[in-house]
Design a protein around this ligand. Sequence first.
Ligand SMILES: [Zn+2]
Length: 218
Amino acid sequence: MAKLVKIINMKRIMRLKTGLRIVGGDDEIRIGGVDNSIIKDPLTGLPYIPGSSLKGVLRSSLEIAKGKTKVCDCGECIICRIFGKANNKETEKLRSFTRIIVRDSFLTERSKEILNEVLPFGVEIKKENSIDRVKGVAASPRTFDRVPAGAEFEVNIVLKIFEGDDEKEILDALELAFKLVEHNYIGSSGSRGYGQVEFKKAEFDYFDVKGEVERILG
Ligand SMILES: [Zn+2]
């Protein structure tokens, strides 16, 4: 098994250029495809984008661009090397070779403040609080049907670089995936203009695993 050499942490802001439309039930809302959902934090009622959802969008944008009609499971190509070998019993075993971890993306603090101020009076649809009469508490404090343009989510991605990996190839492929998502949409009703996003310039920091392992473990 190849040694882990380096961990790259990428942080970047995803800004909604148009409103993000959310359609569906109260717990999980499908966006733009089978795996793509936006979920509300049960404590705050605020929407967030699950890592699995963003990972799916990034992966499928590359696969669609390559003309693939289903998720690749070759385990060899750059898409599989970054995102893992999909839909296979060996996936669990190979998990350590999946190079990407996509964290959940939450609204930035600034966006949370703006949403809290604007939404009750703005044009965005907001469902009424529903009170659980048995417990006497608000069952769901806020329910957003739509997240307004301008809202920003913080995207956090971890990339594992193993011995023999071409770091540039991996970063270039990932950057291309972000670009392709910008030219597509997230959420529903994308063909009617919803869900256009832009990704701001990424910030990186690096953890020199190899160096630290050698220093500490010898
Ligand atoms: Zn593949």
